[in-house]
Write a protein that binds this ligand. Structure first.
Ligand SMILES: NC(=O)c1ccc[n+]([C@@H]2O[C@H](COP(=O)([O-])OP(=O)(O)OC[C@H]3O[C@@H](n4cnc5c(N)ncnc54)[C@H](O)[C@@H]3O)[C@@H](O)[C@H]2O)c1
Length: 319
């Protein structure tokens, strides 16, 4: 898709971080934008901003895990704009950190229901409507580099994001005949509010195995402040959408990033490769230990990435 003027863009998680960056950039490109988000305070702040710009932006309070509410949101878009969106951004996401072996069912249920389930709900709700409308369009989904690189201190997140990468490749091929493109953004660090994810965690899923409290949230606010600016990221995503690129990696040399990354998977396929990878991991850990990393300052003091204290099966160093 190259011409955005007059197109309807529906953006989940559109009231903060990467989603808000997309709302700003695609609104400036001429889209009528719908921002759908579970946080009313984020929606209110975003709408105040867009009103001051006289932009055609409509807010819907939506929890992407709620399928009935998703259908109602899709109906609302059609009622207001007379058409389903031509641009669907599956951007809403949450994260939590702790050792894999500390993860509870609720950690999985919450993170997977938003980060994978939310994308599935977006696709199942909107794709039939987009096909029926016959106007073509583009699906733009935010995964993460975690979708390619498993990280054992955010296991449910890595699993959900890897599934999203696979899901988008499936839809990329399936939707071509309908003139609907698919792009999947895989960033690393975004300047955003994702460190506050625990604020939107449902009560019935609050049982976590991770050490999550105001100190860890405070650490993450600082940690993510070093990330890429959401407006810059949205421009990179826009270029990927314009060029119909499936995996949009916001790095100067995306091919090299993925080639290096897939070396790891290849190494994991033979006993010799396993040894090679062990050496590489050790070398990487030593190099990282030598380099001061401002993004990780205060992590240990905050107890970030640790397990809950009472999980006695976890080694002391990890709780
Ligand atoms: N921040 C990073 O470093 C980073 C890196 C890679 C990928 N990502 C991905 O980028 C996307 C956007 O995250 P962000 O970093 O901009 O965070 P953010 O918290 O600033 O924005 C996410 C928005 O999604 C909303 N949201 C959360 N749960 C929701 C739900 N159930 N229904 C509807 N809305 C919900 C939040 O209220 C928030 O406004 C996510 O998919 C995230 O996984 C983030």
């Amino acid at each position: 898709m190259k011409d955005f003027a007059g197109k309807v863009a529906f953006i989940t998680g559109g009231a903060s971080g990467a989603g808000l960056g997309q709302a700003k950039v695609f609104s400036e490109a001429g889209c009528k934008v719908v921002i759908a988000d579970v946080r009313q305070d984020h929606l209110d702040e975003a709408i105040t901003y867009f009103k001051s710009k006289n932009a055609d932006v409509h807010a819907i309070k939506l929890d992407v895990t709620d399928r009935k509410a998703y259908t109602a949101a899709a109906d609302e878009v059609e009622k207001i704009y007379g058409s389903p969106p031509q641009l669907l951004f599956n951007t809403a996401g949450v994260n939590a950190f702790g050792p894999a072996e500390a993860s509870t069912f609720e950690d999985y249920d919450w993170i997977i229901s938003v980060d994978l389930g939310g994308v599935i709900n977006g696709m199942v709700t909107f794709i039939p409507r987009m096909i029926k409308a016959g106007k073509g369009g583009h699906v733009a989904t935010v995964s993460s580099m975690s979708g390619f690189m498993a990280s054992s201190n955010c296991t449910p997140y890595s699993a959900a994001k890897a599934a999203v990468v696979s899901l988008m490749e499936c839809y990329y091929n399936a939707l071509k005949p309908y003139g609907i493109g698919v792009s999947c953004l895989c960033p690393v660090g975004i300047k955003s509010n994702i460190g506050e994810s625990s604020y939107t965690r449902p009560k019935e899923l609050e049982n976590t195995g991770y050490n999550t409290n105001e100190k860890t949230v405070e650490f993450m606010r600082k940690h993510y402040s070093y990330g890429i600016d959401p407006i810059d990221l949205a421009h990179i995503f826009k270029e990927g959408i314009e060029n119909d690129v499936l995996f949009v990696l916001p790095y100067p040399d995306p091919e090299k990033v993925l080639r290096d990354n897939f070396k790891r998977i290849i190494n994991y396929t033979t006993p010799e490769g396993m040894k090679r990878q062990e050496k590489l991991d050790l070398k990487r850990r030593r190099a990282m230990a030598k380099q001061p990393n401002p993004m990780m300052e205060g992590a240990a003091e905050a107890g970030w990435g640790k397990a809950r204290q009472d999980l006695t099966w976890i080694t002391k160093e990890h709780r």
